[in-house]
Design a protein around this ligand. Structure first.
Ligand SMILES: [Zn+2]
Length: 147
């Protein structure tokens, strides 16, 4: 979550759902999930190689607009960070303007309030979709369909 405030309604749900999705895709079974002043984070070990982990992680970060709030770092067993650049995949995009994230940060292109607002819009968009999925799952049509 960008900005000084790392908490917002719906962010925990998005985080927990993303961790679950990542765990399935990476085959992780050792997970530490914590919160601190930087917000929610988790540590996981995967049987996949570090480059494969990074490719899966990038795919997850790019899959839905709200997943752009995720920042998944992948390291080799000797601590080497696997970067998007090293895999030849596009850089992370800015939450506000879709330009490369790092360029906007370096140029201080957007006030932090604008970046935080963009993040909150994504959290709320996820919340609406997650709510619909839940309602659909519990709907009478689906219960009848289980007969
Ligand atoms: Zn930007």
């Amino acid at each position: 979550m960008p900005g000084p405030c790392k908490w917002h309604d719906g962010l925990e749900r998005l985080f927990l759902d993303a961790v679950e999705g990542l765990s399935v895709q990476l085959g992780t079974n050792v997970t530490v999930r914590m919160t601190d002043a930087a917000g929610y984070y988790t540590l996981a070990r995967s049987p996949l190689g570090p480059e494969a982990c990074k490719r899966v992680s990038v795919a997850l970060e790019e899959r839905h607009c709200w997943n752009r709030l995720l920042d998944i770092d992948c390291f080799s067993a000797d601590g080497r960070a696997i970067t998007r650049q090293s895999l030849g995949v596009p850089e992370r995009r800015c939450l506000v303007c879709d330009n490369p994230h790092a360029a906007c940060i370096q140029a201080k292109r957007h006030p932090i309030e604008q970046v935080t607002h963009a993040a909150i819009r994504l959290i709320e968009a996820y919340g609406r979709v997650a709510e619909k999925k839940h309602i659909k799952y519990l709907s009478i049509e689906n219960i009848r369909g289980m007969d």
